[in-house]
Design a protein around this ligand. Structure first.
Ligand code: ADP
Length: 189
C-alpha cells in the first residue's frame, strides 16, 4: 500500500499534482479543501458551520477535520492507498492520522513537499482567484492563509523529518515536468 501526504503552502500545485498522482498509482485522493467546499456548496450543516472560517483563511477545527478524515477512510477500506492533500495541517491532525494508520495497521509511506518560491506562490493564487472565483482567494485572505501555514502547518516538516519520511520536490516548471519528478521520487521509495 502506498500512503502519501502532499505537503506545502497554498498555491504550490498540490491539488493539481495529487489528482494526477492518484490516477497514476490508483490511490484515493483525499482533498480536505475539496471535501469542505463540496459541503459548503450543498449547504449542509457542516458546510454552513465551516463557511466563514474558510472564507477568512483560518483553519477549520481539528475535531471536525479528524472526523471527516476518519469517515472518508472508512469509506475506502479496499483502496490500494491514499493521497492526503491538505491534511494534516496541524500537529494534532498529524498525531490523529498516525493513530488512525496504526489502528488500521498501515503506515505513511512518505511526505512529499512541493517547493516553489513565495512570489510565484502568490502569483498563482491571485491567478486562481480570477479563474475560479474562490471566496478565500482575495489578496488579504491569501496572505492570511500563508501566515496560518507558516504558523501551524510548517512545523510539521520537523515532525516528519524526525520519522525520516519527508522529501522535497521542486514545484516549478510545467505540470507534466513536476509530475515526472514526483513519480521518480515515489518509484524510488
Ligand atoms: P489551499 O489552496 O490553501 O491548499 P485547501 O483547498 O486545501 O487550500 O483548503 C482550503 C481551506 O479549507 C483552508 O484554508 C482551511 O480553511 C480549510 N481546510 C482544509 N483542510 C484543512 C485542514 N486539514 N485543517 C483545517 N482546515 C482545513
Amino acid at each position: 500500500m502506498l500512503n502519501l501526504i502532499f505537503f506545502g503552502p497554498p498555491g504550490v500545485g498540490k491539488g493539481t499534482q495529487a489528482v494526477k498522482v492518484a490516477k497514476h498509482y490508483n490511490l484515493v485522493h483525499v482533498s480536505t479543501g475539496d471535501i469542505l467546499r463540496a459541503e459548503i456548496k450543498l449547504e449542509t450543516e457542516l458546510g454552513l458551520r465551516v463557511r466563514d472560517v474558510i472564507a477568512s483563511g483560518e483553519l477549520v477545527s481539528d475535531e471536525l477535520l479528524i472526523q471527516i478524515l476518519e469517515s472518508t477512510c472508512e469509506k475506502h477500506k479496499e483502496a490500494d492507498g491514499f493521497i492526503f492533500d491538505g491534511f494534516p495541517r496541524t500537529l494534532r491532525q498529524a498525531e490523529a492520522l498516525d493513530e488512525m494508520m496504526t489502528h488500521a495497521n498501515l503506515k505513511v509511506t512518505m511526505v512529499v513537499s512541493l517547493v516553489v518560491p513565495e512570489n510565484e506562490v502568490l502569483r498563482r493564487l491571485v491567478n486562481r482567484a480570477i479563474e475560479q472565483g474562490r471566496t478565500d482567494d482575495t489578496e488579504e485572505v491569501i496572505k492570511n492563509r500563508l501566515t496560518v501555514y507558516h504558523r501551524h502547518t510548517k512545523p510539521l516538516i520537523d515532525y516528519y523529518k524526525k520519522r525520516d519520511l519527508y522529501i522535497e520536490v521542486p514545484g516549478e516548471g510545467t505540470i507534466e515536468h513536476v509530475f515526472k519528478s514526483l513519480c521518480r521520487v515515489i518509484d524510488h521509495r
